[in-house]
Design a protein around this ligand. Structure first.
Ligand code: GLU
Length: 490
C-alpha cells in the first residue's frame, strides 16, 4: 500500500494554516520535515492551507514565512496556496461521485442535529446514518435541479484501514468507526480532508510528517487516496508538545510562538537545536548539535511516540551555550538590534570602536542567557545614563568613611600613567593594604559606581572597558551621592 520506491525522490511538505502564528509545535513539525528531507536528499515544500478565508490572514502568512526563514528552514518549493487549487479539489470530489464513491446528501443541519440528539438520548453512538445513500439517481437529479442545497459525502467502504506510521508503527482503524464524511460543502467548497489529499497527490508528496493531532484524519485520507486510485504517502505523526505541567502547550505556559521567542532574546540557532531534540534524540549523549550534525543523524526510528516536554529552562541554557560558542562576529548584528531597540546603539561601535565593542561582547557573553542581557549588562558601558540599584546601594554603599576611601581610590587611579588591568589592580590592592581594609571593601562600591549594580564582570575588566576618564568621573558621582546622603537614585 505504501509507496516510495528506492529511486523516488523524497518530497515532504509543511502545511500550516495561516489562522494563527507559527506555534513552536508547528515549527518543530517544519523542522522534522526539513531534517528528514535534508538527510535523505529530498525536497521540502511549503504549502499554506488558506482555505478558511475568514480565519486566514496575510499577516499570519507573513509571520509564518518570517519565522521559518529566521529559524533557517529554507524550503525548496513554494509557498503554494491551497486556495488556488479549489477547482481541482472539487473536480476530484466530483470524480469520486461519478464513480459511486461519493454521494450527495440533502440532510439539513437541523435534521442532522435532531437525529444526533435522538441517538444520544438512546445512548447510541452517532455517525451519519446514510439517509441519503438510498436516494435514486432520479431523485438526486430532481432535488438538485430544484436547487435544494446538498453536500457531497464520501462513502466509507467496509473493512479496516491499516498503515505503518514511522513513529507509531502499525496503526489500524476500523472503517465502521468512520462516518461518511463530507468532501464538498453545500456551497461547493472542498473540505480539508479532500483538499489535503488532492494537493498531496498533485505535489507528489511521498511523506506526510505532521502532528499527532492529525492521526485520526489519516484513515479518512488514506481511503481518499485509494478511492482516487493514487498511491498513498508514508505517514509520520509527531508527538505533541506539553508544558512542564504535562498539559498540552498553550498560552498559559507563556510564549508559544516563534516570534515571541525571537522577541524574548533567543537565537535562531538555539531554538533550532532545542526544537530538534523535542521528542527525538540522536542518542549520542550530546545536546549542542548544529544543523549539519542534526541532519546527518536524523531518522524516525529514534523519534519517541510519547509527548515531548517543553522545558524553557533547558532552552535558556541552550541559548547561553550558543551565545558563548558562536563566532563573535555573528553575534554583532543581533546585539546591535537589541541595542537599537534599547536606544543605546552608536554607529561607531562597528566603526572606529569595533575592537572595544568586540571586547565588551566577549566580556559580557559568558554571563548572558538571553540577548536582552547584553542590553541590561551593557548599558553602563555604553552610556552614563544608569541608576544605582537599590539592592546594591543597601548592600555595598555603607560603612564609615566610604566616601573618603573612594576619593583616595579616585586619586590613586588618577595618578596612573598607564591605566590597564594590572596597574588598576595594583593601585586598588595597594590602597586596601595601606587602609588596612579588604580589597573587597573597595571593589564592591567601585562596581556600584561603575555599573550601578552589585554583579557584573570582573572589576578590572570593567575598569579597563570603561576607561580612565569615565572611571574617575563615575567615582566622583558616587562620592557626591554618598556625601549627599541621597537615597537610591543618582
Ligand atoms: N493545515 C493543517 C494544520 O495546520 C496541517 C495539515 C496536514 O499537515 O496535513 O494543522
Amino acid at each position: 500500500m505504501n509507496r516510495v520506491h528506492a529511486m523516488e525522490t523524497i518530497r515532504a511538505r509543511f502545511a500550516p494554516s495561516p489562522t494563527g502564528f507559527l506555534h513552536v509545535g508547528g515549527a518543530r513539525t517544519a523542522l522534522f520535515n526539513w531534517l528528514f528531507v535534508r538527510n535523505r536528499g529530498g525536497k521540502f515544500i511549503l504549502r499554506i492551507e488558506d482555505t478558511d478565508r475568514a480565519r486566514s490572514s496575510q499577516e499570519m502568512v507573513a509571520e509564518i514565512l518570517d519565522g521559518l526563514k529566521w529559524l533557517g528552514l529554507a524550503w525548496d518549493e513554494g509557498p503554494f496556496f491551497q486556495s488556488h487549487r479549489k477547482e481541482e479539489h472539487r473536480a476530484d470530489g466530483l470524480r469520486m461521485e461519478a464513480q459511486g464513491k461519493a454521494y450527495p446528501c440533502f440532510c439539513t443541519p437541523e435534521a442532522l442535529k435532531e437525529r444526533r440528539q435522538k441517538a444520544e438520548r438512546e445512548r447510541r453512538a452517532w455517525r451519519y446514518d446514510r439517509g441519503c445513500l438510498k436516494l435514486s439517481a432520479e431523485e438526486v437529479k430532481r432535488r438538485r435541479e430544484a436547487g435544494e442545497p446538498n453536500c457531497l459525502r464520501f462513502r466509507v467502504p467496509e473493512g479496516s484501514t491499516v498503515f505503518k506510521d514511522l513513529v507509531h508503527g502499525e496503526t489500524k482503524f476500523d472503517n465502521a468507526s468512520i462516518e461518511d464524511f463530507v468532501l464538498l460543502r453545500s456551497d461547493g467548497s472542498p473540505t480539508y480532508q479532500l483538499s489535503v489529499v488532492s494537493d498531496d497527490t498533485f505535489m507528489k508528496i511521498t511523506h506526510v510528517i505532521r502532528g499527532d493531532d492529525h492521526l485520526s484524519n489519516t484513515p479518512k485520507q488514506i481511503l481518499l487516496y485509494q478511492a482516487l486510485g493514487v498511491s498513498v504517502p508514508i505517514f509520520a505523526h509527531l508527538p505533541l508538545i506539553h508544558g512542564a505541567d504535562g498539559k498540552r502547550l498553550s498560552k498559559r505556559h507563556g510564549a508559544i510562538s516563534v516570534t515571541d521567542y525571537r522577541k524574548d532574546g533567543y537565537l535562531p540557532e538555539s531554538l533550532f537545536n532545542f526544537l530538534a531534540l523535542l521528542g527525538w534524540s540522536p542518542g549520542e549523549g550530546k545536546e549542542i548539535l548544529d544543523p549539519e550534525r542534526l541532519t546527518a543523524a536524523f531518522s524516525f526510528e529514534k523519534v519517541s511516540a510519547k509527548s515531548a516536554i517543553f522545558d524553557v529552562r533547558k532552552l535558556e541554557w541552550m541559548n547561553s551555550q550558543y551565545i558563548n560558542r558562536l563566532p563573535i562576529e555573528s553575534l554583532l548584528p543581533v546585539v546591535k538590534e537589541e541595542l537599537i531597540r534599547e536606544g543605546i546603539w552608536q554607529e561607531d561601535l562597528l566603526g572606529e570602536r569595533k575592537p572595544w565593542f568586540l571586547k565588551l561582547i566577549e566580556t559580557l557573553r559568558d554571563r548572558s542567557k538571553l540577548l536582552g542581557d547584553f542590553t541590561r549588562d551593557g548599558r553602563p558601558f555604553l552610556t552614563d545614563q544608569f541608576e544605582y540599584e537599590e539592592k546594591a546601594v543597601r548592600k555595598h554603599l555603607k560603612g564609615e568613611g566610604l566616601a573618603a576611601r573612594m576619593k583616595d581610590l579616585r586619586d590613586r587611579f588618577g595618578q596612573l600613567q598607564t591605566f590597564n588591568q594590572e596597574s588598576v589592580e595594583q593601585a586598588l590592592r595597594g590602597l586596601a593594604e595601606e587602609a588596612e581594609t579588604s580589597a573587597g571593601s573597595l571593589i564592591h562600591p567601585l562596581r556600584v559606581a561603575l555599573l550601578g549594580r552589585s554583579v557584573g564582570p570582573g572589576i578590572f575588566q570593567v575598569t579597563d572597558l570603561v576607561g580612565k576618564e569615565r572611571v574617575l568621573a563615575r567615582i566622583t558621582r558616587l562620592v557626591e551621592f554618598l556625601e549627599s546622603g541621597a537615597d537610591t537614585k543618582s
